[in-house]
Write a protein that binds this ligand. Sequence first.
Ligand code: ADP
Ligand code: ADP
Length: 229
Amino acid sequence: ANAIELKGLEKIYRGTDGQPSKQALKGIDLEVPRGSFFALLGPNGAGKSTLINILAGLVVKSAGSVSLFGIDIERNPRRARLAIGVVPQELNFDPFFTAREALELQAGLYGVPRSQRRTEEILAAVGLLDKADAYARLLSGGMRRRLLVAKALVHSPPVVILDEPTAGVDVELRRSLWAYMRQLNAQGVTVVLTTHYLEEAEQLCDRIAIINHGEVVACDTKDTLIRRL
Ligand code: ADP
Ligand code: ADP
């Protein structure tokens, strides 16, 4: 089975009056092969975050289906959540917890036994080891973003999804995030990111889906797509 398979995925947001206000996804069919490094590329408003948030379980779809390694996320949420780690775009964080505590909490939520936790290893991998005991509210924006990445990895998910991971980050952090995502992918993790930078998709990914106005307008290997642009 593919790492991710979307069939006829639709999202219609509704206003406070319950009336449809915006169709953000208009029937998305998409297959993300296992082990790929996949970019969802498109301008602001294309529907990328909506798609990611549906995968993350944060937004309820209006129609269609989502499966991860053949597991339907609605029929089998417990298995589905173990398959996926999501790095949201917003810098939401746990103000009164240290970076280490935030990771321990997350590991607890995902049922990772203490003996199998890799808190130190993950902190080191994202460059947060020296900030492990700092309260998250005292971390810089870049450090918080790393903490979000770290939290998504506590249960060693086979798929990691990152929503605009490098939007608004400085050049140095962008480089280190790119290196880290490449490293994860080299270890066999399927990595999916959203971006509105062609350059980012080009530099990192082996497959690209171009999304515009809630539709997939092209989807192919990077080499084929870029030859056609
Ligand atoms: P992208 O991530 O590609 O910028 P989004 O998925 O955030 O796109 O948005 C897709 C469309 O849906 C946009 O027109 C946006 O304004 C709209 N939208 C997003 N979230 C909501 C919401 N909660 N309620 C109503 N419309 C929304
Ligand atoms: P912030 O915006 O949080 O201050 P920076 O991008 O300025 O973060 O990076 C702070 C320091 O951490 C830099 O010296 C950088 O080289 C280092 N760093 C960044 N990513 C990593 C990583 N993955 N592993 C180890 N060190 C890193």
